[in-house]
Design a protein around this ligand. Sequence first.
Ligand SMILES: [Zn+2]
Length: 453
Amino acid sequence: MRYIIQFGDTLYAIAARFGLPLRDLLAANPQITQPDLIFPGQVIEIPDTGQPAQTFRYVIRPGDTMYRIAQRFRISITALLAANPQIENPSQIVPGEIVYIPRRTMRQYVVQPGDTLYRIARSFDISLQRLIEANPGVDPTRLQIGQVLTIPESFPREIVIPREDYGYDEMMADLEALVQQYPFLAMTTIGQSVLGRSIPAVRLGVGPKEVHYNASFHANEYITTSVLMKFIEEYAQALAENRSIGRFHIPTLYNQTSLWIVPMVNPDGVELVLEGITPANPYFEEVLAINGGSRSFSGWKANIRGVDLNDQFPANWEEEAARRAPDGPAPRDYPGPAPLSEPESQAMAQFTRDHDFRLIIAFHTQGEVIYWGYRGLEPPEAEQIVRRFAEVSGYLPIRDVESDAGYRDWFIQEYRRPGFTVELGKGVNPLPFEQFWNIWGKTIGILLTGLVV
Ligand SMILES: [Zn+2]
């Protein structure tokens, strides 16, 4: 089929929207020699994928059954089977195989006087292109009053559901689902935790300007992970629909910026706080000893070896160690036997050195404040930027923290670029998830503004 490039389109976003690998789209359009040079009005060919209309692709995972898949996507088993006539024996599906998931039922709309397709699309929060695709028989220039239009659902499905038990496995499952639904998301691993969990990083955007956000340096601050996961989904959704979030046009940001998100720096610590510990854990006895025998880990910030990962960086580490720190493993504040002694902090340092971040934000809880200075080493623009963050969040900027050896301290010291610690929410860690949407509302402006300053 033919497709006319719209303002703000990128080939990545178009490929994603049609469920195609980018290379297939390029192969079908040999006239495009520079994929980053396309212009509105240009006509391109969308190759036929054999994929039924109004479906998206899902790769079968171990343990899946057709029934479970139907349940997971909240569709009927009949609808799922109908969309997948290529599957000969639905009781014998193989991991790695593709199934097509029908998008859920469509709504109908009767055209009113004064309507235009554009206005209708806007009112249902869908793109004009999707509305046209859903109504192949309709001539967009001759809309008739009383005509019935099919309105596609505003979006396939919500993947990230912030909830009380949102830990490492939930995050990994969601990342996998997000990458499947939005193939333009790129995921890599920056290293491994003490217990061998891989620490993922997600890249949003292909632009030359690199920005970095991270969450859950501290174990009992895991609500920060949900915030960044939700942001990944919101961003991807807006990009796939070629639209803005507020005044931020996401397809433009996608081309200008590469945002690297590490949603959980300390997976072992987060799992300890959420799940507790069993004798199967190689650190079982050590952890209980560090925790004074208590099985409640709600005050635990450290990694599984009792090292505070945000006290590990070579930015006046010796002073930090001498000043306030426990001299051995502890639930919080122990900076370790040496700077960067832990695999998680090593991974973060290496990841940072491998990039050219123009700005970083570390998300913690709690206090509704934003730290922006470090020993006067921060660039002057940090103050202007934090003012904008304060405007969009209502959070209070604070210049100095009386501590050293944090990730942000090190970033500012090494690169003399803007680095911020944003303390989300208010209360006692771990913050309850009933605060999530309130925190989200105050944070979304920071998350977006960080990409344009
Ligand atoms: Zn913290």
